[in-house]
Design a binder for this molecule. Structure first.
Ligand SMILES: O=C(O)C[C@@H](Cc1ccccc1)[C@H](O)SCc1ccccc1
Ligand code: NI
Length: 188
């Protein structure tokens, strides 16, 4: 079971490397890594387990963050619908995820971003694509293509950045961290 001690922190060179494509069929080890990453996110969102295991809350995790240089991410974006609180907005282990197209419009989270691999606050808007079309393979190797917007789109872009050695603060305007061009959607 993964805990915070398994997550590497900024300064570790792995976070600045480009991860390798995953080959299919997956090894049992690769399947276990994916499942462990998703389990970590579920535990981190369970108040009792998060306290017991001393986990920071997470909605996404990329394999390089546990020092595995492979293009695989786990995403668990909880429901925003009070009618269906137990149905995540977007959840899964995504192998070889790729943004195949995106909106012209950009978006950012109004509260900025954080990162499980960054033990400090870095204020500022992280401008990303507002909507993306995402292609990925599941554990069986089947390819899926989905369109994401709003928070799920932001989370997936944050995680795919980790596969390319990019940190969220690389996107922040260092001269004026809260400067935004016209038309950028601020998500609260
Ligand atoms: O470090 C990671 O990759 C996990 C991040 C992903 C993330 C952060 C900000 C914006 C989008 C994705 C963690 O989820 S950071 C903790 C967190 C938890 C809940 C909501 C936002 C951020
Ligand atoms: Ni991160």
């Amino acid at each position: 079971m993964l805990t915070m001690k398994d997550i590497i922190r900024e300064g570790n060179p792995t976070l600045r490397e480009v991860a390798a494509e995953v080959e299919f069929p997956l090894s049992d080890a690769e399947k276990k890594i994916g499942n462990d990453m998703l389990e970590f996110l579920a535990n981190s969102q369970d108040p009792e387990k998060a306290e017991e295991l001393e986990l920071r809350g997470g909605v996404g995790l990329a394999a390089p963050q546990i020092d595995v240089k492979k293009r695989m991410i786990a995403v668990l974006v909880p429901s925003m619908d009070p009618e269906n609180p137990d149905v995540p907005e977007f959840s899964g282990v995504l192998y070889n995820p790729k943004i195949v197209s995106h909106s012209v419009q950009d978006a950012c989270l109004g509260d900025g971003e954080g990162c499980l691999s960054v033990d400090r606050d870095v204020p500022g808007y992280v401008v990303r694509h507002a909507r993306i079309t995402l292609s990925y393979q599941d554990e069986t190797g089947e390819t899926h293509k989905v369109r994401l917007k709003n928070y799920p789109a932001i989370v997936v872009q944050h995680e795919i950045d980790h596969l390319n050695g990019v940190m969220f603060y690389d996107h922040i305007n260092s001269k004026n961290p809260f400067e935004l061009k016209d038309g950028v959607l601020i998500l609260d």
